[in-house]
Design a protein around this ligand. Sequence first.
Ligand code: NAP
Length: 575
Amino acid sequence: MSPFSRDTSKETAPAEMPGDAAAPTAATGSGEWFLPEDTRRDVARLFEKLTGPVVLEVYVSPDHNVPYNDYLAKFVRDLARLDARIEARFSDLSDETAKKRDVTFSPTLLLSPDAYAIRYLGAPLGEEVRTFMEILLRVSAGQSGLAEAAKKRLAALKDPRRVTVFVNPACPYCPGQVLNAFRCAIERPGLVAATCIDAAQHTQAATAHGVGSVPHTIIEDPDGSLAPLSILGLESEERFVDELTSMRVTPATAAGDEPGHAPGAAGKVEEVDVVVVGGGPAGLTAGMYAARGGLSAVVLEKSVVGGQVAVTPQVENYPGFATVPGARLMEMVAAQTRQYVPVVEGAGVDEVKIGRRIEVASGETTYLCRALILATGATWRKLGIPGEDRYFGRGVSACAACDGYLYKDAAVAVVGGGNTALTEALHLARLGASVTVLHRRDAFRAEKHLVDALTREGVDVVWNTVVEEVVGDETGVTAVRIKSVTDGSTRRMPVKALFVAAGYIPVTGLAQDIGLALDESGYIKVDRGLRTNIPRVYACGDVTGGVRQIVTAVGQGATAALSAFEDISHPYWRK
Ligand code: NAP
């Protein structure tokens, strides 16, 4: 496995470290390569896009985090060997340069520190390696890559900002938030300082900031009197810049977490045959099939590609893959789709207008299309109990792949009895957590294969039990109050985290806005061709209900795109 992707379920430290363990002292050192040959080839190809020099400063201490120090030093040394425009410098934490740069943690990585305030505390691993590569290219070009509106807002910034993003290498949402912070640091180098901290490598900082979920972002106004902002989750670039500049949390809109554009105020107009909303397995496949049929298409994803699958630790029932991390599977699907159509991440849809042409407003762009495919998926169902919202991000989580690592040595509970609950419970148990599954009935609805695995792992199950309250203090969750549905007795169960896996509810905000018919369970009503009640609008994947499997979502994505192709070529509503 290359350091570009990592299955963190079985590791406590970077495991892929060939060669000797000594930290290199010179950027041009010869000898064994650390990066495998295919990874070096990929990096060399990427480095063809370098436009200027980049300095990478690595700080380590022989007494702390040795495996991570070694990994980082060897990784950076290889990068410098691959391209002369990368200059690697290595220092000990006790050196004068460390003091000058105010570096106190081992390992720390600085990117072109004379020009920018961009640093990693902890070696960038897993998902963060790709962010690092992107930022390296942007530093090389001196271009933030932010949208014009964001640049304009940042241009008006007068006071300094310090941004810290806590991450976990397996979290698919973290890289997006790190990119938000680092891009702002590139755009306003004198004012914005950004740091990415791996919460598992720097547990002290994570504990001091009460990090119980990632990405967790803290924005500070170091010179002023404004209170720091503490933000959970991935934000759109626009929302992030808004909060960074105003030092105020942007109120959520009814449609979701986006700050709300003025629809129609979009700057750019693009014409395509098909707009697909949603970048999970259904949406990505729909985009690919539309393009293969000869239609122009775009896939818009408000967050990051992959949908629920991206946060599924292991997928074991997708044909062709005996077992594969969900994020990896979706990376492959997204890469294949991108060979055909643009897949735009962080592109929420603000408004859809159905007319002769369908107008889809997304940020600064309005798409004019002939067909719209909704693959908006589903979102986790809350329990609706006291303490659930209050401790969300401080022990309450709906993503074991993102947050599980923070509780790998703790007692945790998982609520639910379906495939998600058991997949999450197995992941947490394999990380080392002491897991109890709390289920409201006396039998699971999950696949037998998962039930058997849970038994083999020796995971405790408390049957016929519901969670009535999440209990905690200033440190986060300390316990859950549970109630037996058979005899009505209640008790407190001490846990550090509660993972909620009680099913999903369909995301139908857009569907309802445009008047799509829903079934009695709230899913979009579709026919066999995935057509909705509005001509040229289709729906696929979990938002249509049914068995909600990756393999069926993929099939539905293909069907919806083929129906769109058929209808654009021979419109059924004109027959
Ligand atoms: P699910 O199958 O709907 O199961 C939800 C579970 O939560 C059920 O056991 C349900 O209990 C319980 N529950 C619901 N509301 C509750 C509440 N208020 N309090 C306590 N418990 C509550 O949902 P899922 O497991 O998220 O799966 C969703 C879909 O994705 C399914 O089609 C599933 O097959 C698929 N999926 C597949 C995989 C895989 O194949 N590896 C992985 C994840 C998800 P009851 O059983 O009593 O109703």
